[in-house]
Design a protein around this ligand. Structure first.
Ligand SMILES: [Zn+2]
Length: 421
């Protein structure tokens, strides 16, 4: 186990022996191991687990019933389960360990059971897929990870070390910002590498941009009045909003030059702008809202500082007051291609699919960014094929649940080798 203390960002990857090791012993994933794990994975069981997790509504902040359901299933399977509040007692996280008698590495399977705040869609089983809230994002993936855990225990193929399974709430922004997972990481509940079964599997994501949301609220001191009664020296919040939008467009043009080959460029984006009530009232308030994304190597606090500096200049020039709410979602991440988990995963993936997975970017932020930024632990996002995340029409492929379970179990077997003789 690795013990992380505090929320520090370490960018010197080469200083971390877990991430880069020159002499990695990687056991051969034999045909025998593959055959045993393939046989142990039960498609009907992983399907049933998905349906049961999806049947418990779990909007972010209220994932308690879904986490309870997961804990009960694991206990019924004979696993011992720990519940840790992580600062959110309403829905304690689920922690479950599979250990061997030989010391070694710990591989972590981590997922969130909360869903975005949309009307609940009950799970349905169709011939090729399961539909319903959370099926794609990411209860299907969590079910696949659980199936991997079961298969590893039943076959006993893990040579040393163990598996740490964590499931939690407070993932989906803007209702949560990963604070429960951050608390678990700060308490040392971290493996030596992490697999995250989010719905991405067309590439192995090795880099991703950090992201934050922002809202700038522009105000003037006087009350709302008819436009003809507008005091001569009173600033216009709409003019100030337009100026801020123009300055952010300039900023976006500069940021577009900061490019990483796989992740793309930095950005600042305006998604909403509102002011005024009727055509001839001089309004009091104008607000703009959007996102800011950055590349690995840029500290999030410097991003925030730069943004606030630009807004202050606009406020000063337009003689308005501008309040900025800047919310970090997740920091950027970079996964060293030489880290042992990448080698283990690619070996496992190739054994199932015939060839390793091409490397690529991660278009969204997920818990992998937090493991990387807060604990310097390598994390790979790879989950079942699905769609409709963050809509009311989610689905996950039934066949792919078992494939992911097999890849996870094989990766664990490759990542947790027996101690050198
Ligand atoms: Zn998700």
């Amino acid at each position: 186990m690795r013990f992380a203390r505090g929320l520090t960002i370490r960018r010197d990857w080469t200083s971390d022996s877990t991430l880069i090791s020159s002499s990695i012993f990687m056991p051969e994933l034999t045909e025998d191991i593959l055959a045993r794990l393939r046989k142990a994975i039960q498609p009907e069981r992983v399907l049933d687990t998905t349906l049961r997790l999806c049947a418990a509504p779990s909007p972010t902040g209220q994932a308690g019933p879904a986490l309870d359901c997961l804990a009960e299933m694991l206990q019924a399977d004979g696993f011992s389960v720990e519940r840790v509040a992580g600062g959110h007692a309403a829905a304690p996280a689920v922690i479950c360990r599979l250990t061997t008698s030989r010391p070694g590495r710990t591989i972590q399977f981590n997922g969130h059971l909360d869903t975005v705040h949309l009307p609940f869609a009950a799970p349905r089983r169709l011939p090729d897929r399961i539909t319903g809230s959370g099926s794609c994002d990411m209860k299907g993936g969590v079910a696949a990870a659980i199936e991997a855990l079961r298969a590893l225990r039943e076959t006993g193929v893990l040579a040393a070390g163990g598996v740490l399974l964590t499931a939690h709430d407070l993932h989906e922004a803007p209702w949560g910002f990963g604070q429960q997972l951050n608390a678990l990481i700060a308490e040392g509940c971290v493996g030596d590498a992490v697999l995250i079964p989010e719905y991405l599997n067309h590439c192995l994501p090795v880099v991703g941009r950090g992201s934050a949301t922002w809202r700038a609220t522009i105000r003037r001191p006087g009350p709302p009045v008819h436009e003809v009664l507008r005091p001569a020296n009173e600033p216009s919040v709409i003019d100030a909003g337009a100026e801020l939008a123009a300055r952010l467009r300039q900023m976006a043009a500069h940021l577009a030059h900061n490019i990483e080959a796989r992740a793309g460029s930095e950005s600042v984006f305006i998604g909403q702008m509102h002011a005024g009530e009727i055509f001839n009232q001089f309004p009091q308030e104008c607000w703009l809202e959007g996102t800011r994304r950055w590349l690995p190597g840029t500290p999030p606090d410097s991003v925030e500082h730069e943004f606030r500096g630009l807004v202050e200049q606009v406020a000063k020039r337009t003689k308005t007051k501008i309040h900025v709410a800047f919310q970090l979602i997740r920091d950027a991440f970079l996964l060293p291609e030489s880290s042992p988990i990448v080698a283990a995963f690619q070996q496992a993936y190739a054994q199932v699919a015939g060839a390793p997975l091409p490397l690529g970017p991660k278009p969204f932020v997920d818990d992998g960014n937090s493991f990387c930024a807060l604990a310097s632990v390598a994390a790979i996002t790879h989950g079942p094929t699905g769609g409709g995340a963050h809509t009311v029409d989610e689905w996950v492929s039934i066949a792919d649940l078992s494939r992911v379970a097999l890849v996870y179990a094989l990766t664990a077997a490759a990542f947790c080798p027996p101690p050198a003789e």
